[in-house]
Design a protein around this ligand. Structure first.
Ligand code: PMP
Length: 399
């Protein structure tokens, strides 16, 4: 065994969880992806998807993707910069800019690439990126690649944010980057306070709306719209991998900013463009979102229903007000055990353990779709309650 193999052979955590029958990852779905899916020949309720509007299986979205393959072929075989720009990319960019309430937008091949490319290309070594401790991994990777100074502040703690802003040297660029809806705990960023502080200290603001679009705001226009603060936010990021039922992502901002990003973001310039099918699916999902606001409303009503039910059963669910509902377990192995037991009982949920969150913050991430029926919601919640009790997990597992 060479040195590399020797080092990697020490990594045996997955095998240990597999041997204990509680390994929760890479479960293979064998059916269409609706509120119920087939895994190992067994039907399970899907409460792990981010397709909040339930459009992944929508006949019009599928037909749009198929038609795009027929028209353009399967891939672009080049970056947007060179031979990979289609008229459908440009059309969707215009619509996304309008949807986000900004002058211009560009589409990347994934949301991860948006955060990576945008955040890493904007600032110099004299400047500052100030970010929330619970920001998504793709934001953190973008910050790692940036030459700017990185200043993290405690999650949603506005005094900590102000202390960070005070720490910055005058005359340098300060960019605050936050998730609009935090991806693991479902709580909102405190955008009104963030904007006030940004104005006081002359900082720019970027909001990741991965979990905001389709979920909050007028016709699902996101968290910035929900707070009526779109005009005060400099950059708005979105992904197609959630409410848009596809894969890809975009950044929206002023013409000047987007022009700069278009020519500097390396994950945009040096990566093949969003596929024709993915672009068309996202575009059709946007049509449906604008045409059928009742979907966003149904999602919000079902969210309220679940939040009330979980709270009345005594579950600790933090500060969420969105379809992302965290059920805190606060122990890695127990989180795996709950996930496995729920799966056995026919409910698919995602475990969130260290290092995605601190070891004392591990949780079950329960996420809703507009298309879940109330009967499915009740069945899942009752099963969760039963499993937590059977496994002796305190519902109110306060840290
Ligand atoms: N930002 C946030 C907040 C996310 O949750 C995710 C995906 N989980 C991304 C960015 C990356 O998006 P994508 O899946 O399109 O790469």
């Amino acid at each position: 065994m060479n040195l590399l193999e020797q080092k990697l052979a020490c990594y045996t955590e997955p095998q240990r969880a597999q041997a204990a029958g509680i390994y929760p990852y890479f479960r293979k779905i064998e059916s269409d992806q609706d509120t119920e899916v087939l895994i190992d020949g067994k039907k399970v309720l899907m409460f792990g998807s981010n397709a909040y509007l339930g459009l992944t299986n929508h006949p019009e979205v599928k037909a749009a993707a198929i038609a795009a393959v027929e028209k353009y072929g399967t891939g672009c075989a080049g970056s947007r910069f060179l031979n990979g720009t289609l008229d459908s990319h440009l059309e969707l960019e215009k619509r996304l800019a309008a949807f986000a309430g900004k002058e211009d937008a560009i589409i990347f091949s994934t949301g991860f690439q948006v955060n990576l490319g945008v955040i890493s290309c904007l600032l110099g070594r004299e400047d500052y990126i100030i970010w929330d401790a619970l920001d998504h991994a793709s934001i953190i990777e973008g910050i790692r690649l940036s030459p700017a100074k990185s200043l993290r502040y405690k999650h949603n703690d506005m005094e900590a944010l102000e202390r960070r802003l005070k720490q910055c040297e005058d005359g340098k660029i300060k960019l605050i980057v936050v998730d609009g809806v935090f991806s693991m705990e479902g709580d909102l960023c405190k955008l009104p306070e963030i904007i006030k502080l940004a104005e006081k200290y002359g900082a720019s603001v970027m909001v990741d709306e991965a979990h905001g679009f389709g979920v909050l705001g007028d016709h699902g226009r996101g968290v910035c719209n929900h707070f009526g603060l779109t005009d005060k936010v400099d950059l708005i990021m979105g992904t197609f991998s959630k409410s848009f039922a596809s894969i890809g992502g975009f950044i929206a901002g002023s013409k000047t900013t987007i022009n700069y990003i278009r020519h500097h973001a390396r994950s945009y310039i040096f990566s093949a463009s969003c596929t024709p099918a993915a672009t068309a699916a996202a575009s059709k999902a946007l049509d449906i979102m604008l045409r059928e606001p009742e979907r966003v409303q149904a999602l919000q009503e079902k969210t309220q229903y679940c939040l009330e039910r979980f709270r009345s059963l005594g579950f600790e669910i933090g500060n969420t007000s969105t379809p992302i509902i965290p059920l805190f377990v606060r122990d890695n192995e127990k989180t795996f055990r709950v996930t496995a037991a729920l799966f056995h009982e026919g409910v698919f949920v995602n475990p969130v353990v260290a290092p995605a969150v601190a070891p004392e913050d591990t949780l079950i991430r329960f996420s809703l779709m507009a298309t879940h029926t109330y009967e499915q919601l009740d069945r899942a919640i009752d099963t969760l309650h039963k499993v937590f009790i059977e496994l002796n997990i305190p519902l109110h597992a306060k840290a």
